[in-house]
Design a protein around this ligand. Structure first.
Ligand SMILES: C[S@@+](CC[C@H](N)C(=O)[O-])C[C@H]1O[C@@H](n2cnc3c(N)ncnc32)[C@H](O)[C@@H]1O
Length: 252
C-alpha cells in the first residue's frame, strides 16, 4: 500500500479532492491511502497562529518552522520511521512525469508540505525537507493544488490503481512523447469523421498510425521533447523519414 500524508492548513479541501473518482476508489480498495494533517494543531501559541511578519520587512507573512516541523515529526512518530518529505514550492525543481515514476518506484510513503501566505521559514526546509518540487513557473496561493497534483500523478502509477500498466505507459510523457489523438462514438460528429484507419480493425496499422501521430505532435508542439528522443529501431528510423516528409515546409 502506498501512502501519502499531506501537511496543510486546509485538510478538508485535500481530503475532498482525493476522495473522488479513481483515487477514491483505489483508497477504498486498499491500494493506496492518504491523510491530511492540520498544521495549526501543532502550534504552541494560544491563538494557534501559524505565521508572522518576515525578518527584514516586506509583504505578507511567513509560516513558522516549529508547527511545520512538529507536524512532520508527528506523522513520522505515527509511522515509526522517517519519511521522504517534499515541500511544494515555486522555487523547487520543475515537477515532471519522470518524478512521478521515481517517487512511485523508490518510496512507499511520502510527506507533502503545503506552504501558504509568503511561504515557510527557510530553516524548516533545511532541517526537515528532502526535496522541493514546483508545479510550474507560476505562483499559486498555497501548496494544496500542487500537492494534490503530485499525489494524484504518483497514486495512478501504483499497481492496482488503474486497470493495467498500459493505461499510463501509452500516455503523454511516459516515454518522452505526447499521446496521439483519441476518438470515441459517434463516427461522425458535426461533420467531422473519425480517421478511417481507427475503424479498420487492422491493429498493426492502427499502432503505426498512433506512433506516427505521437511523433508528429511531439515534433510540432514540443520540439524540446522531440530533440531528446532517441530513434534506435529500424521501424522508428522509417517513421522518422515519413515524419520529415509530412512536416517538410509546414508547421501545425
Ligand atoms: C504565494 S506562495 C509563496 C511564493 C513565494 N513567496 C515565492 O515568491 O517564491 C505560497 C505557497 O504556495 C505554494 N506554491 C505556490 N506556487 C507554487 C508552485 N508553482 N509550485 C509549487 N508550490 C507552489 C508553496 O507551497 C508556497 O509556499
Amino acid at each position: 500500500m502506498y501512502r501519502i500524508d499531506i501537511l496543510t492548513l486546509f485538510p478538508e479541501t485535500v481530503e475532498t479532492v482525493l476522495s473522488d473518482s479513481v483515487i477514491g476508489r483505489a483508497r477504498a480498495a486498499g491500494h493506496i491511502d492518504f491523510r491530511a494533517w492540520q498544521i495549526r494543531d501543532y502550534t504552541l501559541n494560544r491563538q494557534h497562529q501559524v505565521d508572522d511578519a518576515p525578518y527584514g520587512g516586506g509583504n505578507g507573512c511567513v509560516m513558522y518552522a516549529q508547527p511545520l516541523a512538529d507536524c512532520k515529526r508527528a506523522v513520522e512518530a505515527d509511522a515509526g520511521r522517517s519519511i521522504h518529505t517534499i515541500y511544494l514550492s515555486p522555487v523547487g525543481k520543475p515537477f515532471s512525469q519522470q518524478d512521478s515514476l521515481r517517487l512511485a518506484r523508490e518510496y512507499d510513503r511520502l510527506i507533502l508540505v503545503c506552504g501558504h501566505y509568503e511561504g515557510v521559514d527557510e530553516r524548516f526546509i533545511e532541517e526537515c525537507v528532502d526535496e522541493e518540487l514546483s508545479l510550474g513557473d507560476f505562483v499559486l496561493t498555497g501548496g494544496e493544488i500542487p500537492a494534490l497534483a503530485l499525489a494524484d500523478s504518483v497514486f495512478r502509477l501504483v499497481p492496482g490503481v488503474l486497470a493495467n500498466d498500459e493505461c499510463f505507459e501509452d500516455e503523454s510523457h511516459f516515454s518522452g512523447l505526447l499521446e496521439y489523438p483519441q476518438y470515441t462514438r459517434p463516427e461522425i460528429w458535426e461533420g467531422r469523421a473519425v480517421p478511417e484507419i481507427l475503424r479498420s480493425g487492422n491493429h498493426a496499422a492502427i499502432a503505426k498510425w498512433r506512433r506516427l501521430q505521437s511523433l508528429l505532435r511531439t515534433k510540432l508542439r514540443r520540439p524540446d521533447m522531440f530533440a531528446r528522443l532517441k530513434f534506435e529501431t529500424k521501424q522508428d528510423v522509417k517513421l522518422l523519414r515519413e515524419l520529415d516528409e509530412m512536416t517538410a515546409g509546414d508547421e501545425e
